[in-house]
Design a protein around this ligand. Structure first.
Ligand code: URA
Ligand code: SF4
Length: 210
């Protein structure tokens, strides 16, 4: 894609169909440059009629290789936190604000290191997330971390000040949301137990509001 072209997934969206049709079309998305270095588009997974949808940042290394969201270390931590508050993972829909893995290569082994997607890439990918919101039509969206927050709640979103309260999801017709920290941030935290307790508390707020 030439540099002057628009960052926008819209031309790749199917004009009809449900989640399976969108997942299939997203596999061919070239709506921003992230598709070039990643292995696969990682679309959402879970119950396509879920009452709760959780939105992360972007796939990680494992998700990129497996083509499914939240199957690596952050996903395992999220699964544990969901179980702790009594949310059945089989009954939720899990997805990301950005559908391709953004990374840089570092070190002697040139390992792939997570690199936060830019706002421009996040906004380019938003049509897929909007389609998932429309098709799944959840009652509650859990916004995991700053990238999902900027995509869904606006560019001034800050996790620190905006987490843990139920509020309307903007432009979303009665859908409510709760923001919280990203499970990867729990894994990186100095005090992991406290960070996990915070994530769990926020998930409980979302579960109780359902
Ligand atoms: N982090 C995310 O935000 N999403 C995933 O799918 C995995 C890790
Ligand atoms: Fe398309 Fe999103 Fe991938 Fe960019 S990150 S190519 S917009 S699916």
């Amino acid at each position: 894609m030439p540099a002057d072209e628009r960052y926008d997934a819209t031309p790749y969206l199917p004009s009809r169909g449900g989640i399976p049709a969108h997942r299939k079309a997203a596999a061919e998305c070239e709506g921003c440059p992230l598709y070039r270095d990643a292995t696969a588009t990682v679309f959402g997974r879970g119950d396509p009629h879920a009452r709760m949808m959780l939105v992360g940042e972007q796939p990680g290394d494992r998700e990129d290789l497996e083509g499914e969201p939240f199957v690596g270390p952050a996903g395992r931590l999220l699964s544990r936190a969901l179980a702790e508050v009594g949310i059945d993972e089989a009954e939720v829909y899990l997805t990301n604000a950005v559908k391709h893995f953004s990374f840089t290569r570092k070190g002697p082994g040139k390992r792939r290191i997570h690199k936060a997607p830019s706002l421009r890439e996040t906004l380019a990918c938003r049509p897929w997330l909007e389609a998932e919101l429309r098709l799944v039509a959840p009652e509650m969206v859990v916004v995991l971390g700053a990238t999902a927050g900027r995509s869904l709640l606006g560019p001034t979103f800050r996790v620190g000040s905006d987490r843990g309260v139920v509020r309307p999801l903007p432009d979303a017709d009665g859908i409510r949301c709760v923001a919280t920290i990203h499970p990867s941030a729990v894994l990186r935290a100095d005090d992991r137990d406290a960070a996990l307790a915070g994530l769990t508390a926020d998930l409980r707020v979302a579960a109780r509001a359902l």
